[in-house]
Design a protein around this ligand. Structure first.
Ligand code: NAI
Ligand code: MG
Length: 492
């Protein structure tokens, strides 16, 4: 008798279904309208102008925000000057530190509200705003609070003194974190500030005004003016400002540098990037693939130090691309407030158009495009995670900053070739190296023209570590002891 054998049938698992896991949006209560934070009060703009700020995931209007004009900027600078002279600069450094510690603790206590607001207004996944932006923002204040009464030790025999009023202009990709990078060192060094958030993401900065009030920070030490590039230009132009700190596009950075040439106003610029993420054939490939994904799809690729150019050693090219494509299929694109989401909404329609234009150029120039199957929401601004292979160094997608979830893949054979290709860019902000060999990491790091070189990791930040660029990525450093220097003068 023939025995019939039944093979157990286990269907291959093709899809993971996740139940929605929305973060509670109603822990944030929004005002209908937000004025400017000047001299410790929220005031109506003298310009009389307002604009609407949206959720990029739904295009739903969230609130009306003031468009500050020249007079508004002037009153903010006057408030900052007054606060500088009437106490802040003369306050015992240990007392300044107490305010910074207080702000840091309030950011921690209110981190859930702030994370929701950041994701709502900017489109980034709540997992990132909760686990990256907020902890790092608080860490920055804690870190610089620690320096406030130790400046004499940070710069021995140099008699550090504050500059006065710092004008600070920040972008939309890490709204609260960039605010922290700017405000914490400025205050620790004894300056007062006028800060302008980006026009698409003003809400966490306005919430921060409330944090300052809660911390009982003296009025005028921090002033927040909202508005677009015109407001930024007024801050730059104002002759009551002693220092400008700018993070944003290279184009605007250059314009600011031209405007300030010869004025004596101090300047630091943190601009764009086109970082190489370099994978050698001895790298732990699975970890490297995670690093590639984190390098370019973190925050929808809206990251100045994003690993947007992947350089893979030729011998492992096929294996790397196969693993990368498989990994991309598991990325969940969608609602920023869903805790399962990996890739959220593109920050604005303008940015979406820029990404789409460069992706079109990549196709036309002859690169091969891959996008994993994913359903994008109908409303809002979305772009699927994208990989380009067959990319030549001359293509626009290999040269220009896309600032979106788009990776350009190139190959190399030798370490020398990797260096040459990695450095073949007008930028010089960051780079990544993946290899098992410590000696090769050091060899590479010595030759890469980049402010930050990550080894066997990517997009890692720590307040104690200086960050900044070479060439068209700007100048000056933020973070660490280095980050205090641009806010001090030395009376030697
Ligand atoms: P942007 O440089 O125009 O905006 C950054 C900040 O500068 C915003 O607060 C804006 O209001 C302000 N601003 C604009 N024009 C100004 C002016 N003339 N004077 C003073 N302040 C001014 O950047 P945008 O247009 O939002 O993005 C364009 C591209 O720039 C992006 O696609 C990306 O490639 C790059 N970018 C790089 C960033 C980085 O972190 N390095 C951040 C944002 C954008
Ligand atoms: Mg612009």
């Amino acid at each position: 008798m023939a025995v019939e054998k039944h093979k157990p049938v286990t269907p291959a698992l093709t899809e993971w279904e996740y139940a929605p896991a929305p973060e509670a949006r109603d822990i944030v209560s929004l005002e209908e309208r937000y004025g400017l934070y000047v001299g410790g009060e929220l005031v109506e703009p003298r310009s009389g102008e307002w604009f609407t700020t949206l959720s990029p995931a739904t295009e739903e209007p969230l609130a009306e925000v003031a468009q500050a004009g020249a007079e508004d900027v002037d009153s903010a600078v006057t408030a900052a000057r007054g606060a500088f002279q009437d106490g802040w600069s003369g306050l015992a450094p240990s007392e300044r530190a107490k305010y910074l510690f207080r702000i840091a603790r309030i950011l921690q206590e209110r981190s859930r509200e702030l994370a929701v607001l950041e994701s709502l207004n900017g489109g980034k996944p709540i997992r990132e705003s909760r686990d990256v932006d907020l902890p790092l923002a608080a860490a920055h204040f804690f870190y610089y609070a620690g320096w406030a009464d130790k400046l004499e030790y940070a710069f021995p025999n140099r008699r550090p003194l504050p500059l006065g009023v710092a004008g600070q202009i920040i972008p939309w990709n890490f709204p609260l974190l960039m605010l922290a990078w700017k405000i914490a060192p400025a205050l620790a060094a004894g300056n007062t500030v006028v800060l302008k958030p980006a026009e698409t993401t003003p809400l966490t900065a306005l919430f921060f005004a409330e944090v300052c009030r809660q911390a009982e920070l003296p009025p005028g030490v921090v002033n927040i003016v909202t508005g677009d590039g015109r407001t930024g230009a007024e801050i730059v132009r104002h002759d009551g400002v002693d220092k400008i700190a700018f993070t944003g596009s290279t184009e605007v950075g250059k314009a600011i540098q031209r405007e300030l040439a010869g004025t004596g106003t101090r300047l630091t610029l943190e601009l764009g990037g086109k970082a190489a993420n370099i994978i050698f054939d001895d790298a732990a490939l699975d970890q490297a693939v995670e690093g590639i994904v984190n390098g370019i799809y973190f925050n929808q690729g809206h990251v100045c130090c994003a690993g947007s150019r992947l350089l893979v050693q030729e011998s492992i090219y096929e294996a790397t691309i196969a693993k990368l494509k498989r990994r991309l299929e598991t990325l969940r694109v969608g609602d920023p407030l869903d805790k399962n989401t990996d890739v959220g909404a593109i920050n604005s329609r303008m940015q979406l158009e820029k990404i789409a234009e460069l992706v079109e150029a990549g196709k036309e120039e002859g690169a091969e495009i891959y996008q994993p199957p994913c359903r994008l929401p109908e409303k809002g601004y979305w772009f699927a995670p994208t990989v380009f292979t067959n990319v030549a160094q001359s293509y626009r997608i290999a040269q220009e900053e896309i600032f979106g979830p788009v990776l350009s893949v190139l190959t190399f054979r030798t370490p020398e070739e990797a260096i040459e290709k990695a450095n073949n860019t007008p930028y010089g902000l960051s780079a990544g190296v993946w290899t098992e060999k410590g000696s090769r990491i050091l060899w590479m790091a010595e030759r890469l023209r980049a402010g930050v070189v990550w080894a066997n990791t990517f997009n890692r930040f720590d307040p104690s570590s200086p960050f900044g660029g070479y060439k068209e990525s700007g100048f000056g450093r933020e973070g660490g002891r280095h980050g205090l220097e641009p806010y001090l003068r030395f009376d030697a």
